[in-house]
Design a protein around this ligand. Structure first.
Ligand code: ATP
Length: 146
């Protein structure tokens, strides 16, 4: 089915309002762009990325949807603790969690990102990470234009 990503992102953000005992700010940017795919699965991917951004940062989370070279990009950016280059290679591995003691406080199994990656790959897309330790992280979902 046709899935409009900006609207889907808004609905995910809605589900997080008041869900944590913290004041989380979101900013959303970009155009209404549509991809072909499974709405529940794509919603789950956006949910995983935003949930992580909330867990591992403490200021505004930016979500942007744009078009680039025959692809649609959805980026979730945070200004949190960041991920080292070494860990960036492993965060898509099943059960991988950085700094287990710290992560235990926020809960989680280390399955979120592998599931997100599998869903995006099944949609003929790509899920990538860019990050600077101590600065923040950007996860980019890349999907073919429908
Ligand atoms: P869950 O399975 O509930 O999502 P999780 O967050 O531990 O648990 P993943 O989503 O797979 O599992 O993430 C793996 C690890 O990558 C996390 O434990 C965390 O250390 C790191 N990580 C993920 N997103 C971010 C982020 N935005 N900033 C910093 N570290 C992150």
């Amino acid at each position: 089915e046709q899935v409009e990503l900006a609207a889907l992102t808004s609905s995910v953000i809605q589900t997080f309002q008041g869900a944590y005992d913290r004041d989380i700010q979101f900013s959303q940017d970009g155009e209404a762009l549509t991809v072909y795919g499974n709405v529940d699965q794509l919603k789950q991917v956006i949910y995983i990325l935003i949930d992580n951004a909330i867990k591992y940062s403490d200021s505004t989370i930016h979500v942007k949807v744009c078009e680039k070279d025959e692809n649609i990009l959805l980026q979730v950016a945070d200004f949190g603790q960041g991920i080292s280059e070494k860990d960036q290679k492993r965060v898509f591995d099943r059960f991988y969690r950085i700094d287990k003691a710290r992560s235990r406080e926020t809960g989680g199994t280390g399955l979120g990102l592998p599931i997100a990656k599998a869903i995006i790959t099944a949609h003929r897309g790509n899920l990538t990470v860019e990050s600077i330790l101590g600065r923040g992280t950007v996860f980019t979902i890349q999907l073919p234009i429908s």
